[in-house]
Design a protein around this ligand. Structure first.
Ligand SMILES: NC(=O)c1ccc[n+]([C@@H]2O[C@H](COP(=O)([O-])OP(=O)(O)OC[C@H]3O[C@@H](n4cnc5c(N)ncnc54)[C@H](O)[C@@H]3O)[C@@H](O)[C@H]2O)c1
Length: 321
């Protein structure tokens, strides 16, 4: 049995990962400060499900990754660290770049500093946003990533770089995973799919940025978690790996997919493109396949149908949405 520290484990991806780690019989420690970027009640709900799966094999430390004592406490006896704690919004990062750098960069460095054992394997939650405004697709790990177009993207690239330096100096195994737009049950409430489903369900106009031609590689959360579990098993070297669905969906098709899944028409509130947004994301996942045996399994329409089903069940339960 291993002990896995998941920073940001009360959030969307972290809590989904925690459940899978617990289900396979390992122990989980969660370090999360319940950052108010979105309502704490979402995270409490996520943790209730995690606790139901884990029983006594789950420990939650409410604390900040920038607090060395909290990191030390959470790291006790851990074999693997999956670092997902971050400020995760692209657009808000333009308003508060310094805070994003503080949490996502300095916080990552502090967490790394506090890992005493050279045996601990480290997995870093990076992002497809590091590819910036590239239009040449698919995105490959060997592409140049010197032009991030938001402070969030720059903070994730900086995180990858300091992970590399830490590996070089300390020797611990490291995998930085570039997640491509993740969606599914528990998705953050401000993310496009969650917001669109909420608006269509409530008969409200949904904010539709640009002409609908921007394209994203959407990745279902179960597939991402499978990829993270693969990376957690790696025991040497330092690698950067894309985790994506390897298919692109335009904004227009995404809205159609949601309409299909809900059986309702969307009302579009057309707005100009937003600064920091990129025209396309599309993952080349051949490295993930070779290194982690990764293959995304859930096609977008199926994932949207699952998300909408979850949304309606939550709503019927009176859950926070
Ligand atoms: N969701 C996506 O599409 C996506 C895409 C690419 C990368 N990522 C990355 O994956 C990770 C998880 O994303 P998510 O969508 O689950 O976001 P999330 O906001 O649901 O989860 C992040 C968690 O980190 C916690 N946190 C924030 N600041 C902290 C701090 N200083 N100390 C301790 N905990 C802190 C938050 O409270 C939250 O629970 C993030 O690093 C994000 O940048 C997500």
């Amino acid at each position: 049995m291993e002990r896995v520290l998941i920073t940001g484990g009360a959030g969307f991806i972290g809590s989904s990962l925690a459940e899978r780690v617990l289900a396979r019989g390992d122990e989980v420690v969660i370090l999360d400060n319940f950052d108010p970027f979105y309502d704490r009640r979402f995270k409490e709900r996520n943790l209730a499900a995690v606790r139901a799966t884990g029983g006594s094999r789950i420990r939650v430390v409410e604390g900040d990754i920038r607090d060395r004592a909290a990191c030390k406490d959470a790291l006790l006896g851990c074999d693997v660290v999956v670092h997902l704690a971050a400020l995760a919004g692209v657009r808000p990062s333009i308003q508060e770049p310094a805070r994003y750098m503080d949490v996502n960069v300095t916080g990552t460095q502090i967490l790394l500093d506090e890992i005493a054992s050279k045996q601990v394997r480290f997995v870093f939650g990076s992002s497809s946003s590091v590819y910036g405004g590239r239009t040449k697709v698919p995105f490959c790990e060997t592409d140049l990533v010197d032009n991030p177009v938001s402070p969030y993207a720059a903070s994730k690239r900086a995180g990858e770089l300091i992970c590399w330096t830490w590996h070089h100096l300390r020797g611990n195994p490291v995998t930085s995973l570039r997640f491509f737009t993740v969606y599914g049950p528990r998705q953050r409430p401000e993310m496009a799919i969650h917001r669109f489903v909420r608006d269509v369900e409530n008969g409200k106009p949904l904010p539709f940025f640009g002409d609908g031609s921007t394209r994203r590689d959407y990745t279902y959360v179960d597939d991402i978690v499978t990829g993270v579990l693969g990376a957690m098993g790696r025991s040497d070297g330092c690698e950067i790996v894309n985790l994506g669905g390897s298919a692109v969906t335009s904004l227009t098709d995404l809205v159609h997919g949601i309409e299909n899944a809900l059986g309702k028409k969307a009302i579009l509130d057309r707005q100009p493109e937003q600064p920091g947004d990129v025209p396309v994301t599309y993952a080349d996942t051949s490295k993930a396949r070779a290194l982690l045996g990764f293959q995304a399994k859930v096609p977008v329409q199926e994932g949207l149908t699952r998300f909408c089903r979850w949304y309606r069940e939550e709503r019927a339960r009176g859950g926070v949405l």
